[in-house]
Design a protein around this ligand. Structure first.
Ligand SMILES: Nc1ncnc2c1ncn2[C@@H]1O[C@H](COP(=O)(O)OP(=O)(O)O)[C@@H](O)[C@H]1O
Ligand SMILES: [Mg+2]
Length: 499
């Protein structure tokens, strides 16, 4: 367990990296790893927290070192020490806002290079002031993988047999499903949710998967960057876009073992580019529903944090959470908001690094994560992102043609308990040249309000009236849409066969 991170940490400590910043929610797990490393490297280990000060690990009693509770005094203690030791500072990040602490830490870092001491910060949040960015090396603690989780579960099963008088029978295939469902949780979270599942009805089987997934949705939501969406979008409720829909349907079983055995590679991802309101987001949701994969929507705004290194850490965290629950779909809605204007942007250093990390991952990822990126505007996107080959396919989602518009009217009328056969769909379609799907939906809703307000059923004329009142985006943004269409002509596949 943890072999890779132990190796990396060992190297950092032996190579005298002055300050190591371990990013993890799992303090206990990190502590035990650090203890192991210290003992392997024949070093002593000390722990600091603001409630205990610096205490040696051996002390069994709850020791408190009053003299070193204050951060500056603790740093001084570290500087004065001539021991061959690792000093672990727990939850030190709030104190990095204090300029005196920062100054002392810089001095300490310089001093530590020529000593046998290491300064290790363990914290769930990454908040590094600019002044310290050169002295600090960041280490992400990976989430437990399948084998780690199996180990946790096995321990729990043994324990529950010893402690309680009941024995849990667990079928191998159920066990596999439970462990897979728990991927993405930390050690403690996984342990807690397994334990809860056992306690609730004194057994453990595939019915508990739902509990685990619920728990996981909660936790992922708390990460603040990813949103775990629960989707019931039916692909048949998308009007038109036949080429794209066929592509999606053909890959329904793309992430199954059968597909691997057949020799197929896993699909990497698609870029849906096109006119606003024409069904790109809708398609992203429909793919997840049809392929029965978890859909994680990335809130790009939340990635960019104000501290040095925070944004980079956030994108790495996003990748790691997504990979840990793969096979999964990562949906980046409105890509231009994330990576638009990178070349010209003010803080382009950070954006570029985040973008670079993302691009490398996109290219080299080995875990089955399908990326769906959607965009209304590629003018500002860095060209290397929209180059062919990054994605399996770039689809251009244009305004719906006449047949497609009739289809969209039908879908939205039906969705709202209206019988589409009562309306002249072709007339509606021919009167809505240049309307997007979203605008058609809006016409239906507004018309229903008109009818409802007058206590009668929806009529054809209500729809026609609202059509006349609408100025579609395609008129106000004609130039931009034409430009996009031209761009797409030899670079993208049209999502609809334009019949
Ligand atoms: N092709 C379509 N078929 C059915 N409804 C559509 C279609 N395109 C858009 N809509 C309606 O408009 C809404 C907004 O579309 P959305 O998928 O968010 O557009 P985009 O992401 O392309 O800007 C959808 O939720 C849906 O109700
Ligand atoms: Mg959208």
């Amino acid at each position: 367990m943890d072999a890779k991170v132990i190796k990396e940490l060992k190297i950092l400590i032996s190579a005298k990296y002055p300050i190591i910043y371990i990013l993890s929610w799992e303090e206990e797990r990190v502590e035990s790893v650090l203890k192991k490393i210290a003992s392997e490297l024949c070093k002593k280990i000390y722990f600091w927290s603001c409630s205990t000060g610096i205490v040696a690990n051996e002390s069994k009693t709850k020791n408190i070192n009053l003299n070193t509770m204050e951060p500056v005094k603790a740093i001084k203690f570290f500087m004065d020490s001539e021991e061959n030791a690792v000093f672990v500072f727990k939850d030190f990040h709030p104190f990095l806002k204090n300029e005196v602490v920062v100054r002392f830490l810089r001095d300490a870092a310089k001093e530590a290079v020529n000593s046998r001491k290491s300064f290790v910060i363990v914290s769930p949040a990454l908040e590094i002031p600019l002044e310290l960015s050169k002295e600090i090396t960041i280490l992400d603690f990976p989430l437990p993988d399948y084998d780690d989780l199996e180990c946790i579960l096995d321990n729990l099963l043994i324990n529950s047999k010893e402690k309680n008088d009941f024995k849990i029978e667990l079928k191998n295939e159920d066990k596999e499903l439970l462990i897979k469902a728990a991927l993405g949780l930390t050690y403690t979270e996984a342990e807690n949710v397994f334990a809860r599942a056992i306690v609730e009805n004194k057994k453990l089987d595939r019915e508990d998967i739902e509990l685990i997934i619920k728990e996981k949705q909660q936790i992922i939501r708390k990460s603040g960057i990813l949103e775990y969406l629960e989707i019931k979008e039916d692909i048949n409720n998308i009007g038109g876009l036949d080429v794209l829909k066929n592509w999606i349907k053909k890959r329904t079983r793309a992430f199954t073992k059968e597909a691997r055995d057949f020799g197929l590679p896993e699909p990497k991802g698609i870029l849906l580019l096109g006119v606003q309101g024409c069904g790109k987001s809708l398609c992203a949701k429909a793919i997840a529903a049809l392929w029965k994969l978890p859909l994680l929507r990335l809130d790009v705004g939340a990635i960019f944090g104000k501290y040095v290194g925070e944004s980079e850490a956030n994108i790495r965290k996003t990748i790691s959470i997504t990979e840990s629950i793969s096979p999964a779909i990562l949906w980046i809605d409105e890509l231009e908001k994330a990576f638009g204007g990178i070349k010209s942007g003010g803080d382009s250093g950070t954006s570029l690094r985040v973008f670079g990390t993302f691009l490398t991952w996109l290219q080299e990822k080995t875990k089955p994560v399908f990326v769906i990126a959607t965009s209304n505007d590629i003018t500002d996107l860095p060209p290397e992102l929209v180059r062919k080959g990054r994605f399996d396919e770039i689809f251009f989602v244009d305004l719906p043609n006449t047949t497609e518009r009739a289809d969209i009217f039908k879908i939205h009328l039906k969705k709202r308990n209206k019988n589409p056969e009562k309306f002249d769909l072709l007339k509606l379609a021919s009167s809505t040249q240049g309307f997007s799907g979203a605008e058609i939906e809006q016409v239906v809703i507004s018309s229903m309000y008109d009818a409802f307000d007058e206590n009668r059923d929806l009529e054809f004329d209500d729809l026609m009236n609202n059509i006349k009142k609408t100025v579609p985006l395609s008129i106000t943004a004609a130039e931009k849409i034409n430009w996009l269409r031209e761009w797409a002509k030899n670079r993208a596949v049209f999502a609809s066969s334009r019949g």
